[in-house]
Design a binder for this molecule. Sequence first.
Ligand SMILES: Nc1ncnc2c1ncn2[C@@H]1O[C@H](COP(=O)(O)OP(=O)(O)OP(=O)(O)O)[C@@H](O)[C@H]1O
Length: 270
Amino acid sequence: MNEVAAVTVDAVSQVYFPGTANEVRALRRLSLSIAPNEWVAVIGSNGAGKSTLLRTVAGLERPLRGRVELNGRDVTSWPEYRRASIIARIDQDPGASTAPTLSIEENLAIAAMRGERRLFRRGVTAARRKAFREALAVCNLGLEDRLQAPVGNLSGGQRQALGLVMATLTGPDVLLLDEHTSALDPKAAAQVMELTNRQVREHRLATLMVTHNMQHAIDYGDRLVMMHRGQIVLDVTNPAKAQLTVSRLIDRFHEVSGESFSNDRSLLAP
Ligand SMILES: Nc1ncnc2c1ncn2[C@@H]1O[C@H](COP(=O)(O)OP(=O)(O)OP(=O)(O)O)[C@@H](O)[C@H]1O
């Protein structure tokens, strides 16, 4: 029997301002299936529809046409909050997934309570504090010794690392990363990518990672998908993926699209 996919995007179309002069066809009958534990990196040209794809899987956007399934269940009509027990999401803004005025442990307590909506639990118990300390120790950033520090005092990289730990606390099946290292300096980005790798593998997460950093897309994950004008134009899995280079990817883009690769941030990425 075939394994049930963790994420299925089936012939999804997304159109902004339909029927007007400003109509944008962001996704064009796009289909993508992600196996449990599979990590897919998504790159592409400016405005290719990468964020729209992620937002559609997350339930932040409802597709005009097509279906979204999670673990084999049709969730197309489910709003974001109903998908939250299955999906964790981190975007590029380190401020978005953490609350700056609350402490590290309070942020973790809130994350741990997600999905326990009917039960009111005391925020930070001694047992939870111990678990938080252990979860943070894997980051290698010394955060486990600063549980009471306000999150607003942390660097962007530390906040993204905390966000990654928070994202995995409730045992999601799917992780959505939308350029989650793009606001960080190269050193912090490298640390966050290493932690991402650890979290994805340890928690066996099906992961969809949009990145402008083509080298990250080559180095991390099991599969690389390139998007252009709302469609997938290239889909490469390991071991072929690991053999790619950035210049080879740019050449492949030209071959499949007939256009030059246009993503300023990708071309400038270190
Ligand atoms: N909320 C919106 N309203 C109108 N148009 C939108 C909206 N969101 C995205 N678009 C348009 O849809 C297209 C796809 O955008 P999207 O952000 O998904 O692309 P992307 O591949 O993530 O782009 P980039 O790499 O430049 O961030 C673009 O033309 C964009 O301008």
